[in-house]
Design a protein. Structure first.
Length: 365
């Protein structure tokens, strides 16, 4: 009964229709429509033709007859998308979700995933020719989902997509006021699901769940802190201060994952050393630059060596030992190995003073 009520509510909202308008069309009270949508009563079968016509859906959709089959098919899209993301096939992911939206144009899971991959194309050079169109399409999808969808998980995900979209100064739809407004609709850090879950498990049986949640939360918070550190500066910050921020981030990571078993976070450490190499190169420091390049490659290789699917590995440092790396949850937004990202960094002009240096040429070759 509740499912039919949800279907009526969702279809009504997609039509930009109020309960009052639907009730007036069907010559019923607003209370009757409200009771359907809350699951307390069901519409009379004699009303189905008029109801489906007004809502723009079939009787099967209204009654949820094909709901299970649809769920299975969309789950298959989600699984295939995860496999494509793990190997960095962004074009494949984009084609997949466009196909899914063609099949299920009103399904919010499909629309949400398409918006997410469209956002990702704005940060990739190979999509330069289509970025303006992709940004506009992403904006339309985000606004539509936020207008019509009541699912809190999907809304939360799309709010994040919308914030990043409108905050992107290079996107033609950039709008700082919209980005701010949507960001304020999300819960504060202290009201996050993970933080509350850690406090929700209070029984003896829930103690292990609480520990796992806290260890995973520790990794997430460390990641957020270290990625935020380099941005705690003004535009005119010196290269020396950027080095300080990056070195501080390394110290934090090494304090939390004190045994060096970084697993997924090898990519974060590789990124830090990539930036440090650029900073030291800008200062003309040969030895420090080469040291950071070597370490960037080492962590990139460790990340590239992680299993691509079907494997779980535990973190082993004491502060995060209850957390597990699951390769199935790891999506990659690039088509080449992480080593290649490091190598491409070395093409930047700041490294020109090292070209012809035997060690640098070996590393960058």
């Amino acid at each position: 009964m509740m499912k039919i009520g949800e279907n009526i509510r969702n279809a009504r909202r997609r039509q930009d229709m109020t309960q009052e308008q639907l009730a007036e069309y069907l010559n019923l009270s607003v209370s009757a429509v409200s009771q359907w949508e809350s699951g307390r009563t069901m519409p009379d079968i004699a009303l189905l033709p008029a109801l489906t016509q007004m809502l723009g859906i079939s009787a099967d959709e209204l009654l949820g007859i094909d709901a299970e089959r649809t769920k299975q098919e969309i789950d298959a899209y989600v699984s295939k998308s995860a496999r494509l993301r793990r190997v960095g096939d962004v074009n494949g992911v984009l084609r997949l979700w466009r196909e899914a939206v063609q099949c299920y144009p009103k399904n919010f899971t499909c629309l949400c995933n398409l918006a997410d991959v469209l956002l990702g194309t704005l940060y990739r050079d190979e999509f330069a020719a289509s970025q303006a169109d992709n940004a506009a399409e992403c904006a339309v999808l985000c606004e539509r989902i936020l207008r019509d969808c009541s699912d809190p998980e999907i809304r939360s995900s799309v709010l994040q997509t919308a914030v990043y979209l409108y905050a992107n100064r290079n996107a033609p739809v950039a709008d700082e006021q919209k980005a701010e407004a949507y960001a304020k609709m999300l819960p504060s850090l202290y009201c996050s699901r993970e933080l509350l879950l850690a406090d929700a498990y209070t029984t003896e049986e829930g103690r292990e769940k609480a520990l796992v949640t806290r260890h995973c939360l520790t990794l997430d918070l460390t990641d957020l802190l270290c990625r935020n550190l380099p941005h705690l500066r003004r535009e005119d910050v010196s290269t020396e201060n950027d080095i300080l921020a990056q070195e501080t981030a390394l110290k934090v990571w090494n304090a939390v994952i004190c045994d060096g078993n970084f697993l997924f976070y090898h990519c974060r450490i590789a990124d830090i050393y990539r930036q440090l190499a650029c900073d030291y190169a800008a200062l003309g420091g040969r030895e420090e630059t080469l040291r950071c390049i070597r370490l960037a490659f080492a962590h990139a290789d460790a990340f590239d060596g992680l299993p691509e699917a079907g494997d779980k590995r535990p973190y082993t440092a004491p502060w995060v030992a209850a957390a597990v790396f699951d390769s199935a949850d790891t999506g990659r937004n690039y088509t080449e190995a992480y080593r290649e990202l490091v190598r491409r960094t070395l093409e930047r002009p700041c490294f020109d003073f090292l070209r012809g240096d035997p060690e640098f040429d070996t590393l960058s070759g």
